[in-house]
Design a protein around this ligand. Structure first.
Ligand code: ADP
Ligand code: MG
Length: 344
């Protein structure tokens, strides 16, 4: 059932140097992305998604560093590779990264064809002509007319630019595409379209995808597996079906209920009070404790480990001290209603 691991994120902790001291943006993140798999990385703004994504291609901001843990691509450690090695071996042709707010990532002064040729020149031995042929193919995959590869970005609509960016990411046939909030800047209709194309890419290539978004319902629709992040910690990870049917962490439980669900059209949407915290120094507590309806004092005394939480699904893991109590020994809907009732 499990495919060969393409990317392994092992106990990864990432810090930013700030004036208030080291800020821990990601702590002990741990998950695996398999060959051909679509993996969703989901959580509110500020929880560490982009930081984690950027670390994978060696693209952290200058004040950021991997403090501990490992990144493995096809079994090889890549967390210590130099910029030159990453350019030579990884970026674009193995792992392509579509940055957040990528509308601004196209060079307005260069034709798309020129941008593709430049990428090919840095990362491959392809001739310009071969590069263009390959780029044209990808234009077709994302539904853009190939006679427009010489256009400038401004000649495209927003949705077409986004598709061109996806074509560039696909262009050197990477094994993994990391798409960081690929549709956040687009309207709902364009979002649907882009997701249709991302889905078609699945049919046309065997690329894996790490889809980063704050919208857990999109991940449920699009992906095979997911990791839910809160405050730099992985709250829960596993196969979509397991997490959807059987959440084991209060944050993923509440996040799921913060978005409309066709199974429960009448269900009231949850709001999760408060915002994800910024963590300075060692994170030796559950970062969700201050927002969690079920939290007890002990939740602030140590960081919960990401543990197998579901006897029927080995890779379904959650990091919550009280997971068993909340989700197995009682009905979470009822206990939440009771807690809310007591508070009211
Ligand atoms: P997300 O993508 O989930 O919105 P980010 O990875 O962008 O989250 O940010 C995670 C945390 O790291 C936030 O608290 C953010 O303010 C902080 N952060 C991001 N980049 C930097 C930086 N260059 N320096 C200091 N803090 C940063
Ligand atoms: Mg982000």
């Amino acid at each position: 059932m499990s495919s060969e691991p393409l990317l392994e994120v092992e106990n990864l902790t990432i810090e930013y140097e700030t004036r208030q001291g080291p800020l821990t943006a990601v702590s002990n993140a741990d998950f695996t992305v398999g060959e051909g798999e679509y993996f969703g990385l989901v959580g509110e703004s500020g929880c560490g998604k982009s930081t984690l994504a950027k670390s994978i291609i060696g693209g952290l901001d200058d004040n950021g560093k991997i403090a501990s843990g490992k990144l493995k691509y096809r079994g090889e450690e890549i967390q210590d590779l130099s910029d030159a090695q990453l350019n030579e071996e990884i970026r674009w042709k193995e792992i392509a990264y579509i940055p957040q707010a990528s509308m601004n990532s196209l060079d307005p002064l260069q034709r798309l064809s020129e941008q593709a040729i430049e990428i090919a020149n840095v990362h491959t031995d392809l001739t310009d002509e071969e590069a263009l042929t390959q780029f044209k193919e990808m234009f077709e995959v994302v539904g853009l007319p190939e006679n427009r590869i010489r256009d400038y970005p401004h000649e495209f609509s927003g949705g077409m630019q986004q598709r061109a960016i996806i074509a560039l990411a696909l262009f050197l046939k990477p094994s993994i595409i990391i798409a960081d909030e690929p549709t956040t800047a687009l309207d709902v209709i364009m979002q649907d379209q882009i997701f249709k194309y991302l889905d078609e890419i699945r049919g046309a290539t065997d690329t894996s995808m790490i889809l980063i978004t704050h919208d857990i319902s999109l991940v449920f629709e699009t992906c095979d597996e997911l990791a839910v992040m809160h405050g730099g910690q992985i709250a829960e990870t596993g196969r979509i079906t397991d997490v959807y049917d059987n959440p084991k962490h209060p944050y993923s439980y509440l996040l799921q209920r913060a978005f409309p669900d066709i199974r429960y059209p009448d269900r009231e949407l949850e709001t999760i009070e408060g915002t994800p915290p910024q963590q300075f120094g060692d994170v030796d507590y559950c970062t969700f404790a201050n927002r969690c309806p079920w939290a007890e004092e002990g939740c602030r005394d140590a960081a919960p480990e990401l543990e197998v939480s579901d006897r029927s699904a080995e890779n379904h893991r959650a990091s919550c001290f009280r997971s068993k109590e909340i989700f197995e020994q009682q009905d979470p809907d009822e206990s939440l209603a009771a807690i809310r009732g007591d508070q009211a």
